[in-house]
Ligand binder design. Structure first.
Ligand code: 1CP
Length: 366
């Protein structure tokens, strides 16, 4: 059953990204940008001057407004619901604040195995995260079918990283210490997270999300041993369980994207882990990645976000080079990670337009 018919959503006018994800032909390459809504946009800063970060996430009308801001400005082929991966630790009972200049900060990070007992591990996702579902449903209506809406979640390891570190970290030494010294408690925590993530992603599809992206942003720091032991089995299981639950509930499946940043060592395995799209960071050569990955998977990425500091003319050249390496089919253009707050919005627009222009020309030559 199509969710669109349940909610009476407006008909979709641009399905390029869905076709690229499913491996169908596209007349030009679809493009969206990780963190396309955010601090580099003056209209976002205006909203943030009035409301705290999590107030925006928790108020469907505001989350919808900031989700639509980049869609109004740029010729993007997808919207991504405005939220954060850290809404799951909040749903589990942890207090997280977005501290200016510092980023997310937990008041009481997990310090020892017994701290897991304090988590609300049997969380009712509908009750605790229903505000995200409401924001998705509202945004699907307000998008008027212009482009598809992406839902997302953090993957178990990346969420565990923040819950133990208490915020950002360059070394992950506290969270990796857990993996080495409390393996049983780590598995318990990762399993709690996996269960919540599955319900959360299924809930997003029911609310109207048309694609799902799983962010394993701190994959690289694990290295292959820890990645394959702790992260990969759950990444795989999440895709399988989400697709299974949608089938059981007689709902149409949606394409799923996995972004495991810096996990060069796992690209091949990720491409057969049940996801339709593997998203690459900029440190991987696209031509090499195409050779390594399964031919039935689409790729997403991977321009170095810092390339957007160059002139618009240079951005166009960077995009052309990237497209030549990826090819125009089975491909969704994006940056290799999110935009930075000091980006010039016009350069984000130049990136989006260059993807469309060059890929149309390339397709003409095919
Ligand atoms: O005050 C502000 O406005 C804070 C900036 C900000 C924004 C705009 C944060 C804090 N999160 C977000 C939104 C956000 N976060 C989106 C919105 C949708 C869009 O893309 O437009 C998404 C998809 C996320 C996901 C997210 N949050 C990730 C995964 C993606 C990635 O960047 O790897 C991660 C790791 C987070 C945690 C987080 N939230 C915010 C920051 C600064 C961080 C990183 C903290 C750190 O590790 O230092």
């Amino acid at each position: 059953m199509s969710i669109g018919s349940v909610h009476n959503f407006p008909a979709l006018k641009n399905d390029l990204i869905l076709r690229a994800a499913r491996g169908e032909t596209t007349e030009h390459v679809p493009v969206w940008v990780m963190r396309q809504a955010g601090r580099y946009l003056p209209e976002f800063k205006e909203v943030r001057a009035k409301y705290s970060f999590f107030e925006v996430c928790q108020t469907p009308a505001l989350a919808c407004e900031v989700t639509l801001q980049p869609i109004k400005r740029f010729d993007l082929d997808a919207a991504i619901i405005f939220s954060d991966i850290l809404v799951i630790p909040q749903a589990l009972g942890m207090t997280v604040e977005m501290v200016p200049e510092k980023g997310p900060t937990f008041d009481e990070p997990l310090r020892k195995a017994e701290d897991l007992d304090k988590l609300n591990s049997k969380v009712d996702v509908e009750r605790e995260l229903g505000y995200v579902f409401d924001a998705i449903t509202l945004t699907r209506h307000k998008l008027e079918g212009k482009v598809p809406l992406i839902g997302f979640s953090g993957a178990p390891w990346t969420l565990m990283f923040y819950m133990v570190e208490g915020g950002g970290s360059n070394t992950a030494s506290k969270s990796k210490k857990w993996l080495y010294t409390f393996p049983e408690a780590s598995v318990k925590l990762l399993n709690i997270l996996e269960n919540v993530i599955v319900d959360y992603l299924v809930g997003q599809v029911k609310a109207g999300a048309q694609l799902l992206q799983l962010f394993e942003s701190h994959a690289g720091i694990l290295g292959p041993n820890l990645f394959f032991r702790y992260a990969m089995p759950r990444i795989e299981s999440i895709a399988k369980r989400v697709k299974q639950k949608l089938t059981e509930q007689k709902l149409d499946p949606v394409p799923m994207i996995i972004f495991a940043k810096d996990a060069h060592f796992g690209i091949k395995e990720l491409s057969t882990s049940g996801y339709d799209v593997v998203s690459l960071d900029w440190t991987i050569d696209p031509a090499k990645a195409r050779i390594i990955v399964d031919s039935k998977v689409s790729l997403q990425g991977n321009l170095d976000p810092c390339a957007l500091y160059s002139s618009k003319e240079e951005i166009s050249i960077h995009v052309k080079n990237m497209l030549e390496k990826f090819g125009t089919q089975r491909y969704i253009a994006n940056l290799g990670h999110g935009v930075y707050p000091d980006f010039n919005p016009e350069h984000v627009g130049a990136f989006v337009d260059a993807v469309h222009e060059h890929s149309k020309l390339m397709n003409k030559k095919l």
